[in-house]
Ligand binder design. Structure first.
Ligand code: ZN
Length: 144
């Protein structure tokens, strides 16, 4: 069982094993370097974030599909105050929404190694997978 210092509801990164989440495969895939989400087998809708039930048709028949790991920066800002618990010491840091091309979707994540003045709209970005101290994984964007 992973070590959690923060109360679970305040922990930014979710518990990632089968015992805690039905989208554990997302994290297993991420650990293997794959960025994935769910696609509804019934209506074909591609969902972000990964879901266990389709919000369009209520089906729970999902398949996992690969997402592109590169895209263009759609929007960004810098966080100075009000960072999630556990990230207070990291401020200031940037966050950005990246446009993925196929399938078309927008994915929000923290941007590593760049402050606000280093970023511009339309900039090429790529996914960076990070491993937390307790072995959990998460993703961020970095400039390409
Ligand atoms: Zn559906």
């Amino acid at each position: 069982m992973p070590k959690i210092d923060l109360p679970y509801m305040l922990d930014f990164c979710p518990l990632q094993t089968e015992d805690f989440t039905r989208i554990h495969e997302f994290f297993t895939n991420l650990k293997e370097g794959k960025f994935t989400t769910t696609k509804c087998k019934s209506c074909g809708e591609i969902l972000w974030q990964p879901r266990v039930v389709c919000p369009h048709c209520n089906s729970d028949e999902m398949e996992w599909i690969d997402l592109p790991q590169e895209g263009k920066l759609f929007a960004f800002t810098e966080v100075f105050y009000g960072a999630p618990l556990g990230m207070e010491d990291d401020t200031p840091f940037s966050i950005g929404i990246v446009d993925l091309e196929d399938p078309k979707m927008k994915v929000l994540a923290r941007v590593d190694d760049a402050h606000y003045e280093d970023l511009e709209f339309g900039q090429e970005m790529k996914l960076k997978i990070i491993t937390l101290e307790d072995g959990r994984v998460w993703f961020r964007w970095v400039r390409k």
